[in-house]
Design a protein around this ligand. Structure first.
Ligand code: MN3
Length: 244
């Protein structure tokens, strides 16, 4: 009697456990599914938001190559405006790209406002990082790549300077990696070599802003002096880190 009772008890307990384990996940699934459809936050598509990096140095850090007032206005007014404008465009135009790279490589599908301001944010975030007080010269693998592609560092500087000087109007000069080969070129306005619409493509290693707002307060019409002095504040370690 005692034994039978115990078996019955066990069987009842097992049945109850089975019901519970089937029942609980079912309820959990139902509840989770309900949340996914009812929660407005979970129905919102992920949207890219552009932002400014923190300036890696003070406004006066690149003196005398880049003056303090220019750095302040460039970062706090020009760059900040691109951030505000591209984020407005993303919202107004319901742009749903998830990453900056996806955004840039699809610029042919974007409005002029989204393209110009998105490029403006990305280019300046890149530009701040490839500069630092003190500068120096490239070394190691990067120096080998520069010598291999342009014969010498001096020839690289000449070619880069030509690209910066011959960009008519506003734009950027670039050093890019194009499948292991380094190339120099330029883009108009806020376009860059990651954009599908760009004639000049590659992975950016170094960039120089040649918009007048980048140098006019100190150098006025003398873009050549700005370019020559900028070579003293290139962060070659940062450039090297981008050469994969
Ligand atoms: Mn600029």
């Amino acid at each position: 009697m005692k034994k039978t009772n115990r078996r019955e008890f066990i069987q009842t307990t097992v049945k109850a456990t089975v019901i519970t384990t089937i029942g609980v996940p079912f309820m959990a699934c139902a509840s989770k599914a309900g949340k996914e459809t009812d929660d407005p936050e979970k129905n919102t598509l992920p949207v890219l938001t552009f932002s400014q990096i923190k300036l890696p140095y003070g406004y006066d850090a690149l003196e005398p190559s880049i003056d303090t007032l220019t750095m302040d206005i460039h970062y706090n007014k020009h760059h900040a405006a691109y951030v505000k404008n591209v984020n407005e465009a993303i919202e107004a135009e319901k742009i749903t790209f998830n990453t900056e790279l996806e955004f840039l490589s699809n610029t042919s599908k974007l409005s002029a406002k989204a393209r110009n301001n998105g490029g403006g944010v990305w280019n300046h975030n890149f530009f701040w990082q490839v500069m630092k007080p003190g500068g120096g010269t490239p070394s190691g693998k990067l120096a080998d790549a520069i010598n291999g592609s342009f014969e010498s560092f001096e020839k690289f500087k000449e070619q880069f300077t030509t690209a910066a000087m011959t960009r008519f109007g506003s734009g950027w000069a670039w050093l890019v990696n194009d499948n292991g080969k380094l190339k120099i070129g330029s883009t108009p306005n806020q376009d860059n070599p990651l954009m599908d619409i760009s004639d000049f493509k590659g992975t950016p290693l170094l960039a120089l802003d040649v918009w007048e707002h980048a140098y006019y307060l100190k150098y006025q019409n003398k873009r050549n002096e700005y370019v020559a002095n900028w070579f003293n504040v290139i962060n070659w370690d940062e450039v090297a880190s981008r050469l994969k």
